[in-house]
Design a protein. Sequence first.
Length: 483
Amino acid sequence: MTPHIAAGRRPLPIWLIPLLWTLALGMWGLSRQHSLWRDEAATWQVAQRPTLEIWHMLAQVDAVHGLYYLLMHGLFETFGPGTTTLRLPSVLAMAVAAACVTVIGQRLAGTWAGLGAGLSLGLLPAVQFYLQEGRPYALVTAGAAISTLLLVTVLKGRGRTAQWTAYASAVLLCGLLNWLALMILPAHAATLIWTRAPREVWTRWTAASAAATAGALPLILFTRSQANQVSWIPPLTWHMMIGPAVLLAIGGLGALLDRPRTGRLSAAAVGLPLLALPQLILIGISLVQPLFLDRYVLFSLLGLALLIGTALSTAVRAATPRFPRTSPWILPVAVVVAMAALLPQALAKRSPASRVDDVFAVATDVRRLKEPGDAVLFVPAARRDTKLVSPRTFSGLRDIALAESPEKSGTLKGVEAGPARIRTAMLAQRRILLVTDAATVARPASAQREQTKTSVLEKYFSAVADEQVRGRRVTVYVRIESP
């Protein structure tokens, strides 16, 4: 028995259900109580720069996200800045991904597998996190889902030039949004090996993959000069391996339930390589250069969703002969149980506390605490993002460490003066507002500029007000001793 949704004479497409389901999950609590954390703040402030300034910045920093910033610039220009404009593209993209994985599952293992895959994708904790994130990772997942669907289409014997062109375009789009997404190509190659694809398919796939890689290669080579941007990523540890190990174990179990056989196109042949290979390749890269972050391989969860859907379909088929009336309820009950079990996580991910900090919240405290003639400092300098996303809040405050603005310098945080000049400027102030990290997330100052700021405040100033909110802190200092 399979689900059937009638609409007049023609049934509605099955993929519409997971698409609407994922949209509903994405729109639920989308503003996160009007909070914005540091990664999204980068998108927010860059997207509001003129196009020429964005290009100037990409030549210096963050070129890996250049296409995404330009896309968001267009949306901000059209609809205005706001948390909905910032996050809705991710919601829509993940909904498209859910629809694609539904169609893949339906073609490979039946309607129940497709529905199970599409509905489970939106419930995965990592997907729920990036579903509402103003960053490009959900868009990469959508591109990966489209390219995988196209691969399944050609392996089903419908491999025309149009499909291969669309496949190369989808992979190229993924690579331009984040070139680590090109790890999807080894996964697709493994599927071709598993299914013993004919030589013609291999030839066309190789040409399409080469074209996509060649299109992304200039970006890859250029961003190598900006590799210091990921220098903060910690080295790989056994603790970091727990998550991937659990995912691979679940995926392996789902693949076994599909009874995989070489030479046959199946959900396991598509889903298991898609889940496993990007994770394993990134782990291998991270042994040389630390790069392991779950968001870089978010698209691999498409494979996990596909395998989960296949396992649910297997359960329905196994129960149907003995329980024909109740077997159709297995999937809805499983979704309800999963939703109930994951509800605490879902609520947590829709709260401001789900992120390291909230850039907007501390701006409210700055507005309340500032007085005419006050100066402001940021430790580290990256905390200037508070000012960049809420410029009106900081009107009247002198940014005494800043030598060149972010827009003029083509950077995210601007260029600060040397330690000696910062020290002189600080000693000329009566009151200074310090914007920094809350004690729970703060790291010891390492740069000489930051150490200078901290030491001068401790020696010549006294804190008269201190507020900590959602991972950020603003402290008011008044000078107590003349140098």
